[in-house]
Design a protein around this ligand. Structure first.
Ligand SMILES: *[C@@H]1O[C@H](CO)[C@@H](O)[C@H](O)[C@H]1NC(C)=O
Ligand SMILES: *[C@@H]1O[C@H](CO)[C@@H](O)[C@H](O)[C@H]1NC(C)=O
Ligand SMILES: *[C@@H]1O[C@H](CO)[C@@H](O)[C@H](O)[C@H]1NC(C)=O
Ligand SMILES: *[C@@H]1O[C@H](CO)[C@@H](O)[C@H](O)[C@H]1NC(C)=O
Ligand SMILES: *[C@@H]1O[C@H](CO)[C@@H](O)[C@H](O)[C@H]1NC(C)=O
Ligand SMILES: *[C@@H]1O[C@H](CO)[C@@H](O)[C@H](O)[C@H]1NC(C)=O
Length: 402
């Protein structure tokens, strides 16, 4: 009886004590930061470290210290269950081997918007469970951390956009084989060594837009067997070598907008059997070799607008018509506006019977150049633009069967 009562009392006391502790801790957190659930939010202040006397509930999983005045990663105190640390928009200049010593369970680390210049090989030592790492908007010129054996090998997402990287080499990413998404956009990358991404067998998304890439080789994307999305827009690429993307045969979307490509050779897009979208907008393309798209048997959307094309023909579009394919699909959207086309012949689009959307605006197409029946077979077409061409009259026969 007594024992029972004592036990009851102990249980009661423990319960009361727990309530008291959580009230106190929430209060002590609340005076300096905001604690809710497992998140402790100390953002938007002028702190140079984690508040010294702050009571941090041991259940804390997310700590937000963005937009403060940190100049280094706060090394203490240990927070046993910390999964996500947000240090964005501070003044951190350096990562040292001990920066994350007490943060071994971290899965998400946000360091965007700081002043980091170098990422040494030891920068993320001990972070064996890190999955997402944001290093965007820094001043990073050199990265060694992702090539070393001690690197964060569990990493799946790495954001390095808006930094100052100038080159990528074979060793750069050898230590993070599980990566699925890599953002290298808006850097100053001009050189990519052949095979630089070959170890990234799981990489699905690679952003390389807004850099200074001059040249691709047939080995730039060597071994990238899982890549589905690649952006190369806004670079300085002048020509596409034969088989440029052949070793990235899973590509579904390829963006080459705003480069200086002048010719599309027959083998440039060889092997891209799964590509559904291709943009060549805003280049300097004056010729497309016959059959250049013949491997693109899944392509649904193609843009070659804003180029220097003077001529196209039925042979340009081999591979894009239902009769070239086994699954009765075909090209659906074709942008050819803003070129120098003068003539549209009866056969040019005749096989593209799945087209729903076709732009030919701002070309040099004349009434004489537009053959009767040019759009004859395009029974699925819902949009056609011929505006801003020197057309004076259009005969009813032009749209026969459309
Ligand atoms: C850069 O990468 C991040 C993370 O992968 C992604 O969320 C973001 O949309 C990317 N930015 C651009 C401009 O593609
Ligand atoms: C980009 O890199 C080149 C060298 O390749 C350098 O001359 C230039 O200053 C860099 N630009 C910026 C904005 O960092
Ligand atoms: C890749 O290009 C080089 C020349 O730049 C050539 O020697 C080599 O045979 C090409 N490889 C393939 C697989 O076509
Ligand atoms: C193309 O896509 C199909 C189905 O999504 C997939 O099974 C196949 O492996 C892909 N081909 C390549 C070369 O990745
Ligand atoms: C565009 O291509 C032509 C050759 O077709 C070349 O003479 C010219 O320099 C190129 N212009 C640019 C801006 O690359
Ligand atoms: C209309 O266009 C045809 C060429 O398609 C031309 O032969 C004819 O003279 C034009 N008629 C007028 C009234 O401009």
């Amino acid at each position: 009886m007594m024992a029972c009562r004592l036990k009851f009392c102990l249980m009661q006391c423990a319960h009361v004590l727990a309530v008291v502790i959580s009230v106190v801790s929430a209060q002590s957190c609340r005076t300096q930061c905001r604690c809710e659930g497992t998140t402790m939010d100390c953002s938007h202040g002028s702190r140079q470290g984690l508040p010294r006397d702050l009571f941090i509930p041991s259940s804390t999983e997310i700590v937000v210290m963005s937009d403060n005045l940190l100049t280094r990663v706060p090394p203490t105190p240990a927070i046993p269950n910390l999964l996500e640390l947000n240090l964005e928009d501070n003044f951190i200049t350096e990562l040292t081997p001990t920066s994350f010593q007490l943060r071994q369970k971290l899965q998400i680390l946000r360091l965007g918007g700081n002043k980091i210049i170098d990422v040494a090989s030891s920068a993320f030592d001990g972070l064996s469970q890190l999955v997402k790492l944001y290093l965007n908007h820094n001043n990073i010129e050199t990265i060694e951390a992702f090539g070393s054996l001690s690197g964060p090998s569990s990493l799946e997402m790495l954001d390095l956009q808006k930094n100052k990287l100038t080159s990528i080499s074979i060793g750069t990413f050898t230590g993070i084989p599980l990566l699925t998404e890599l953002n290298l956009s808006s850097n100053n990358i001009s050189k990519i060594e052949d095979g630089s991404f070959a170890r990234l067998k799981k990489l699905r998304v690679l952003y390389l837009h807004s850099n200074k890439i001059l040249q691709l080789t047939n080995a730039t994307f060597f071994g990238m067997s899982s890549l589905t999305r690649l952006t190369l827009s806004n670079n300085k690429i002048q020509n596409l070598p034969d088989l440029a993307f052949n070793s990235a045969g899973s590509l579904e979307f390829l963006d080459l907008t705003s480069n200086s490509i002048s010719t599309i050779t027959q083998a440039a897009f060889s092997g891209l059997l799964n590509l559904t979208g291709l943009s060549l907008t805003k280049n300097n393309i004056s010729s497309i070799e016959d059959g250049a798209f013949r491997d693109l048997v899944k392509l649904r959307e193609l843009s070659v607008s804003d180029n220097m094309l003077q001529d196209i023909s039925a042979s340009t579009f081999v591979g894009l018509a239902p009769e070239d394919r086994t699954d009765n699909t075909g090209l659906e959207v074709l942008y050819l506006g803003d070129n120098r086309l003068t003539t549209i012949r009866k056969d040019d689009f005749a096989r593209l019977t799945k087209l729903t959307f076709l732009t030919l605006w701002r070309n040099d197409i004349t009434s004489e150049g537009l053959e009767d029946g040019s759009f004859a077979n395009l029974g699925n077409l819902v949009y056609l633009s011929l505006s801003e061409n020197p057309l004076t009259n259009i005969s009813a026969a032009t749209f026969e069967g459309t």
